[in-house]
Design a protein around this ligand. Structure first.
Ligand SMILES: C[C@H](O)[C@H](O)[C@@H](O)C(=O)CO
Ligand SMILES: [Mn+2]
Length: 421
């Protein structure tokens, strides 16, 4: 797109929004301050570097066999660097524990240390980005019977407690070195395919295991733990120990962060409407923005109604700094760099639309029962020239404008990912 065209469209958009009392430059500034925590696992179908040839377990599945997935740390970093060059803003990278730099050795989960993540910390520092972290309770023989921290066997529980303990210390070290708290997401796949009888017993064990490990106090200047619930997984259709009620209760009781994953609820249930409730009871919320298609299928995030509603709720709540936006999907059926670019850019477009909303004006209709006016303005806003503002933002940040990123990805595929056999 030509510079002149971008500027002209932007000037026109600016005028349109000004008529509604909206300052587009301020909206861009605010958008620029919202980091998106980019998940490292889209690049390699959640394989990681502990046992890359191993099976992906834990009730999640990456479907598809598109060529070019990252096979090494170097390839994964190169891919993430490419992704970062295609999107405006400063973002974060969310690492899973199985993505350590193990130097070709097998290091079991109860043995990992900060040193295995030092090269990630150094790399991130060089790029000027921050890291988040995830403990990995899946794809491991000690999780094969469906339980980890809530297993009846104390040896299994102890193994996973040690993993969690170490992950917290690794995340804290990342936070300390980057001078910004590292968000440590705890997702535990424990559950069963069919009619579990001992539901309470497993939940009691999960609670006890978490209580024990989380009793080690670590400053929130370095580490922010967050717990992620789930309704069901593949092979855990009937029972998941860490359900919504379990973790909502756990997070509220312990005054800690709660992760809401868009794919972890009933098929028609949305997380956008949970934000305004949970903000009243937990200090912070972590989002795993994903796209469930019929089930928790982890499709690439696109600009749909729920993504917009989610963004509106974040912005309208006035608590942007208490809601952390992270992505979580792993589509192996399409170009993986493209999957990242679409997901990040769409999330930003939704956030921008929310930031360009004349919220006070809309709110003013409510006490006056002017619900037609509210609805009509909301409809008008959908067709406002927000995309011209996004294009201008991309242009100013020196990243591809409009559909230019598609050709960049095709070039990268020709030159890099297609050569990975
Ligand atoms: C790989 C992630 O940890 C995983 O996707 C988790 O966050 C989840 O959402 C599982 O369904
Ligand atoms: Mn998730």
């Amino acid at each position: 797109m030509k510079e002149e065209q971008i500027n002209k469209a932007y000037a026109n958009a600016k005028e349109h929004y000004a008529a509604l009392g909206i300052d587009v430059d301020k909206a861009i500034e605010k958008l620029n301050e919202i980091p998106i925590s980019i998940h490292c696992w889209q690049a390699d179908d959640v394989s990681g570097f502990e046992n890359p040839e191993g099976e992906l377990t834990g009730g999640i599945q990456a479907t598809g066999n598109y060529p070019g997935k990252a096979r090494t740390i170097e390839e994964l970093r190169k891919d993430i660097e490419k992704v970062l060059s295609l999107v405006p803003g400063k973002h974060r990278l969310s690492l899973h524990a199985i993505y350590g730099d193990f130097g070709g050795e097998f290091v079991d989960r109860d043995q990992i240390e900060p040193k295995h993540f030092q090269s990630w910390i150094d790399w991130a520092k060089k790029l000027g980005i921050k890291l988040d972290f995830n403990s990995t309770f899946f794809s491991h023989p000690k999780a094969d019977n469906g339980y980890t921290l809530s297993d009846f066997n104390p040896e299994i529980r102890n193994f996973w407690k040690e993993h969690l303990r170490r992950c917290r210390r690794i995340a804290a070290e990342i936070g300390r070195q980057q001078g910004d708290p590292c968000i440590h997401n705890i997702w535990i796949p424990d559950g069963e395919k069919d009619k579990t009888v001992s539901r309470l017993a497993h939940r009691q064990l999960l609670k006890e295991s978490l209580d024990e490990v989380l009793s080690e106090k670590i400053s929130t200047d370095y580490l922010k733990d967050t717990v992620e619930c789930k309704l069901f997984g593949i092979g855990s259709e009937s029972y998941v120990v860490g359900s919504h009620e379990f973790y909502m209760g756990y997070a509220v009781k312990n005054n800690m962060m709660l992760t809401l994953d868009a794919g972890h609820f009933h098929p028609t249930e949305v997380i956008s409407d949970k934000i305004s409730s949970m903000l009243l009871f937990v200090p912070e919320i972590n989002l795993h923005v994903s796209r469930p298609e019929r089930w928790d299928s982890d499709h690439v995030v696109i600009l749909n109604d729920e993504l917009l509603a989610l963004s509106q709720e974040i912005v309208r709540s006035g608590n942007r700094d208490r809601v952390h936006v992270g992505l979580d999907y792993f589509d192996a059926s399409i170009n993986r760099i493209g999957a990242y670019a679409v997901g990040i850019r769409s999330t930003q477009k939704a956030l921008l639309q929310a930031l360009l909303e004349p919220t006070d004006k809309l709110r003013s209709f409510e006490p006056e029962n002017k619900n037609f006016q509210r609805m009509a303005y909301l409809e008008e806003l959908k067709a406002m020239p927000w995309n011209a503002v996004y294009n201008y933002y991309c242009h100013k940040q020196g990243v591809p404008v409009g559909d230019e990123y598609i050709r960049e990805i095709e070039r990268y595929e020709d030159e890099v990912t297609s050569k990975r056999k």
